[in-house]
Design a binder for this molecule. Sequence first.
Ligand SMILES: Cc1cc2nc3c(=O)[nH]c(=O)nc-3n(C[C@H](O)[C@H](O)[C@H](O)COP(=O)(O)OP(=O)(O)OC[C@H]3O[C@@H](n4cnc5c(N)ncnc54)[C@H](O)[C@@H]3O)c2cc1C
Length: 435
Amino acid sequence: MSNRRIVIVGAGLAGLSTAWHLQSWGVDCQVFEKELEPGGLCRSKIINGFTFDCDGHLLYFRHNYTSRLVKDWFGSEIVRHKRSAWIYSFGRFSRYPFQANLYGLPQLIARECLLEFIKIHRNGIGNRKDLSFLEWINKTFGKGIAYHFMVPYNTKFWTVPLDNLTCEWIDGFIPIPTLGQIIDGTIKESKRNLGYNAFFWYPKRAGIREIPLAFSRRIKNIHLGCKVDEINLERKEIRLNGRQKEKFDVLIFTAPLPEIPNLISGMPNYILTYFKNLKWNSIFNLNLGVEDKFNFSKHWIYFPEKEFSFFRIGFPSNISPHLAPPGKGSIYVEVAYSTEKPIDKDKIISRIKKELKKTGIIMQLDAICLEDINDIKYAYPIYDKNYRHSRGKIIEFLIQNDVVPCGRYGSWRYMSMEDVILDGRDTARRVINRL
Ligand SMILES: Cc1cc2nc3c(=O)[nH]c(=O)nc-3n(C[C@H](O)[C@H](O)[C@H](O)COP(=O)(O)OP(=O)(O)OC[C@H]3O[C@@H](n4cnc5c(N)ncnc54)[C@H](O)[C@@H]3O)c2cc1C
């Protein structure tokens, strides 16, 4: 086997999956992770008997390879759940996805959404990927569903005007019901399981960090507390924690792509310009422990309306009773922000709490017994009109210099946990083919 040095930056799921696949196929590698624990965004915290993930993290399988791998490792310790997802608008709850569940809405709104969808359906323009995201919404769902859910929700989530976005990312993420399904969901409550997230998997007794921990237990040479603070492309060398140096022949990079200009000096100006085009949103995640269990079984709720600062909240204690002390409940709240749409971090927590009380999800604010924050700087890469070209040029430059980007943040794509596990496998294959 080749003795070329493979170094992996980051022990999130992408780095761990790459390392596990390489080592399973007999190829040595070293993983350097800045934190003291592997897992990246898939870490969990245990505080006073509550387990919180870094925001909501549920596992979805679209591929046999990943579902078999996880089930082989976990057996009955991983549980399949049928989603209970809702939307809160017009002061009431309706089932997710909005477009297939107009039944729960005020009649006039449901009528408008249905009529507009029928008009669009007749024109037969729907689902064209060369449109802006805004046009795609209007032409796929009609103006009613666009106005009452798709546009306000997505504007809140992406934090930028939707006509700046492309549709490159939406494959499989947004369910598109047929006219028949929309009519069914208008005349009666529908429990149809539409969309990639109709079922999800979650560890039986612990947080999502069990997934990266299962990888890390099977991998050699993970070095924690090792921050890569310089990558020297000429000398093929990285610097760790300002001191130690390590040589590489191939560097697999899973840390956020926009950090590259801080790590590699002397990059050509034209490449630096492409980096300036990379955009992302951030998520302010507030986790709350509450004194009482919930008297409902919802897993998560979407909030399209402007009067709520959050776009979604979820209930870990409704997924597994092991995630909260007996008799108590837990909530995660997600607020999106960016340079285009900043939030006031001094005021956001009290605003969130007041809004939760308004929905009736929390009756008394003094029922909150725990607060925990994850402020996620790089959350979702924004697919605007510069995205494809700029990302492509950056990746081409890095690969020419033996730096192989991988994972959601390294390769700068909207990817789920399953996607990054697969990306790790594919990256390992590509790297072995280069050796
Ligand atoms: C808010 C939110 C909710 C999500 N919910 C879900 C969900 O429900 N289901 C799902 O499937 N997916 C979900 N995802 C996606 C999922 O989190 C990612 O696909 C996955 O965790 C990405 O793994 P990664 O290894 O690519 O990146 P990361 O997890 O970010 O790992 C990168 C690693 O690199 C390390 N690192 C960074 N810089 C350096 C450095 N200089 N030196 C050394 N190490 C460094 C970091 O500490 C980190 O450990 C969600 C994402 C977000 C943002």
